[in-house]
Design a protein around this ligand. Structure first.
Ligand code: FDA
Length: 319
């Protein structure tokens, strides 16, 4: 079947980067009714409650404090403080016993930790990420470093390499739409290496990224094969039934145990499928974002799927 591509995707992804549109959309007062479908809330309490519910249903979580493209050091410091506070709040959470895999993870965006600050941005982001990694290690929580647009890929992978010297379980994300990613998968498929494989959510030029859905899916399958046949811990991040069944077949064929890989989906998307995979005996981790800077994240979700956009437009009309 033809892969459904949202014709408005380029426009929505451009809008995701527009501060002017962010102010307009934020003024619509959508937070409660529309944004809550993808974001459990703005407060730490709301994400702790959401995590508790997911854990109770047998799922794991990876929590992201929303924010990206930070332009001042104070904002990056505030992001670090938010993660440290979340890690303290998690100390009281009832975590399922008996799994070899930590049920709790935090996902970081280096651009929220200072990566794009002029001058020594990469060093600032590394120092900030180290602070979070130390607290996470002490709490038995995993850390993942998200992938952002392709101009940051080399810098992000360098920061992850540096973090892994002291914190070997730190994971990163590879995006199947980039031409380079199959090679990156090979480089990161060694023992202990945790990689989240996703299709990729940003608007990228043809010079660096596959443009058609078919090409991205073919790349995803090749990358999946490299990771699952490798020695690391693959994290299959997709809602696509075709990618999920490809992964199910590969893990069965390679004899991986349930603690040697996981599926991942976004909060609010394909809840029934998440539960089905848990019933089948797979680990499923739900990427759960919180905070008031939901605009960029929300717009990328709208760009992914015509149905998400229709849902948003319907809710505007029925307000
Ligand atoms: P895609 O959007 O192509 O959808 C394929 C099919 O999935 C659809 O045709 C439909 O069948 C099904 N489907 C999708 N949504 C559905 C819905 N709401 N209801 C029912 N069916 C639905 N990106 C990035 O650039 N950097 C990152 O760090 C991350 N991190 C990340 C973590 C996790 C856990 C996930 C799941 C995703 C990311 N992403 C990401 C986002 C990712 O790159 C990608 O944009 C989205 O996951 C959408 O791609 P899919 O693989 O889900 O398939």
């Amino acid at each position: 079947p033809a892969v459904l591509v949202n014709p408005l995707r380029p426009a929505l992804l451009a809008a995701a980067r527009s501060p002017r549109l962010e102010r307009t959309v934020s003024r619509l007062g959508l937070t409660r009714r529309v944004v809550d479908r993808f974001v459990p809330g703005e407060s730490e309490a709301s994400v702790v409650a959401a995590a508790e519910e997911l854990l109770a249903s047998g799922r794991f979580v990876s929590v992201d404090h929303l924010g990206e493209d930070t332009t001042d050091a104070a904002q990056a410091d505030a992001t670090v403080a938010a993660y440290l506070s979340l890690l303290r709040a998690w100390a009281d959470l009832p975590v399922p016993a008996g799994t070899a895999v930590p049920a709790l993870e935090v996902s970081l965006k280096l651009s929220a930790l200072g990566q794009s600050l002029p001058g020594d941005g990469e060093a600032v982001a590394l120092a900030n990420a180290r602070t979070i990694c130390r607290a996470a290690d002490a709490a038995g929580v995993w850390v993942n470093v998200d992938a952002e647009d392709h101009t940051t890929t080399d810098s992000t992978l360098a920061v992850v390499r540096a973090l892994r010297e002291d914190h070997p379980t730190v994971a990163t994300v590879l995006q199947a739409y980039l031409h380079r990613t199959e090679d990156d998968c090979r480089a990161l498929s060694g023992p202990g290496s945790r990689v989240r494989l996703c299709k990729g959510a940003y608007a990228e030029p043809a010079s660096v990224a596959f443009q058609s859905g078919e090409e991205v899916d073919a790349s995803y399958r090749r990358c999946l094969e490299v990771l699952v046949r490798g020695q690391g811990y693959p994290m299959v991040a997709s809602h696509d039934p075709a990618m999920i069944s490809a992964a199910e077949a590969l893990v069965a064929g390679t004899g991986r145990g349930a603690d040697d890989y996981e599926f991942q989906m976004l909060y609010g998307i394909r809840d029934a499928e998440q539960r089905r995979l848990v019933v089948q005996g797979h680990h499923v981790r739900v990427y759960t974002p919180y905070g008031d800077q939901w605009y960029g994240y929300f717009m990328r979700r709208l760009a992914e799927r015509p149905a998400n956009l229709a849902f948003f437009l319907r809710s505007l009309v029925s307000r």
